[in-house]
Design a protein around this ligand. Structure first.
Ligand code: SF4
Length: 245
């Protein structure tokens, strides 16, 4: 077993790219504004649902000015199926109006400016900076990243801001955006909240399974890292289609 979080993070950085070579943002977008809107819509909603909704939304609203001008009721109807639609519509319009008023309709490229937009938290800003602009400003900590960071023994924190701060210490900056994607892919495909598939997990040899110690493995005691670290990539599952970024 790898005892130290830093060494485990390093081992993960070697394994995860081989397991999920096509990991990426699973929200469909073609520019920073679309990704900003899609990320706001993704709160408490699946990426699959958001991608269905944004097909019509992005056809209706192409610029920040479009979002600022669209009648609130029409916007709410377009995004209704993502849940919390009134609040999301309010945030999207408030952010869009600020983009128009202060940023020439463009999405800013800095954490401070993005974070200052109405309804845009650090997680949303990190998603936009990392995936629309290729800027590694932080690590996106969503429900999957938070859960896996604990199970994999990278942190004991449950607060997303503290988890992110610890991951930023453990993972080199150039990997911050992808590290999040790798954990999200693994969380969606293998290490699910309920019934994690530890028995077939590619990371079993290096994972302390924190919080799952009482769930026995079907195959008995787990193997030691030096004898069982996988060398061949496993299928990542069908990757979501990504539009050009
Ligand atoms: S061994 Fe289990 S807990 Fe650890 S990453 Fe794999 S599925 Fe998750």
């Amino acid at each position: 077993m790898i005892r130290h979080a830093r060494a485990r993070a390093q081992a993960l950085l070697e394994q995860l790219p081989r397991i999920y070579p096509d990991a990426h943002c699973e929200l469909d977008f073609t520019n920073a504004l679309e990704l900003l809107v899609a990320t706001i819509l993704s709160a408490q909603c699946t990426d699959v649902r958001v991608n269905i909704v944004t097909k019509a939304l992005f056809a209706r609203c192409r610029t920040a000015a479009d979002y600022a001008a669209i009648p609130a009721e029409e916007l709410e109807t377009l995004i209704k199926s993502t849940g919390f639609f009134r609040n999301k519509a309010k945030n999207i319009q408030a952010a869009a109006r600020e983009l128009v008023a202060k940023h020439g309709g463009e999405v800013p490229r800095s954490m401070a400016t993005l974070h200052a937009l109405p309804g845009v938290g650090r997680k949303t800003a990190n998603v936009v900076l990392g995936n629309a602009f290729g800027i590694n400003e932080g690590v996106v900590v969503d429900t999957h990243v938070g859960r896996l960071s604990i199970r994999l023994g990278l942190t004991e924190e449950t607060d997303a801001v503290k988890v992110e701060a610890e991951l930023m210490q453990l993972v080199p900056r150039e990997h911050w955006t992808m590290f999040s994607h790798w954990l999200i892919f693994h969380g969606r495909r293998r290490c699910k909240a309920q019934n994690p598939d530890c028995d077939h997990c590619e990371l079993l040899a290096l994972c302390p399974r924190r919080g799952l110690e009482k769930q026995p493995l079907a195959g008995g005691p787990k193997p030691r890292a030096k004898t069982a670290v996988p060398t061949a990539p496993a299928k990542a599952g069908p990757a979501a289609r990504r539009k050009a970024s």
